[in-house]
Ligand binder design. Structure first.
Ligand code: ZN
Length: 191
């Protein structure tokens, strides 16, 4: 497996629409494996293909890692078919390190997708999983959590990012084996 570079805010691919995966090939499975490895190393709970510079409509999530337990879910061509409830909660993003903001999301979503064997499946997620799935599906359509912030909070977040972004002159963030670029604590909820 390979650790992938994570594109940060300013990299154009984060704002581009992804392409539907028409065949689940070994190449796609390799991408999924590499995305999981990169996400775990970065201590995130979700990662979408555009964040690693790829155009495939693919995302991986794992919000359930208490005590070292893993519950990885890889979603190819995911579509949200049901949204229920609403709650505000803090979000971060592996592509916008150190920036956080409250976002209103559905508290339950049902997502239809294709799995790594090419089979259709459904995820019924609540709370943090629901939030994470919405955040990642947004990524697949060029949308970022900061887009939901009110004008003042968004302006403050972007002002802080102006200072942060100098750490990433190539607009790609390299995650180290020590999790070196990631601050502990809040990073656990970045997607
Ligand atoms: Zn994100």
């Amino acid at each position: 497996m390979t650790l992938l570079g994570i594109h940060v805010l300013g990299s154009p691919i984060l704002r581009q629409e992804t392409e539907i995966v028409t065949a689940v090939t070994d190449d796609v499975r390799q991408l999924i494996d590499d995305m999981f490895e990169t996400m775990y190393m970065a201590r995130g709970i979700g990662l979408a293909a555009p964040q690693v510079g790829r155009r495939e409509r693919v995302t991986v999530v794992d919000v359930d890692r208490e005590g070292g337990r893993h519950h990885p879910i890889a979603l190819i061509n995911p579509t949200i078919v049901l949204r229920e409830g609403s709650a505000r909660g803090e979000e971060g993003c592996l592509s916008i390190p150190e920036i956080y903001g409250d976002v209103e999301r559905a508290t339950r979503v049902v997502v239809q997708a294709t799995d790594r064997e090419g089979q259709p499946f459904e995820v019924d997620g609540t709370d943090l999983l629901a939030r994470c799935l919405q955040h990642e599906v947004d990524h697949l359509h060029g949308k970022l959590f900061i887009d939901y912030l009110g004008i003042f909070k968004r302006r403050a977040a972007l002002a802080k990012w102006e200072e942060e972004k100098v750490k990433y002159p190539t607009q790609v963030r390299l995650v180290t084996a020590e999790g070196g670029t990631v601050s502990a604590g809040r990073a656990e909820r970045d997607g």
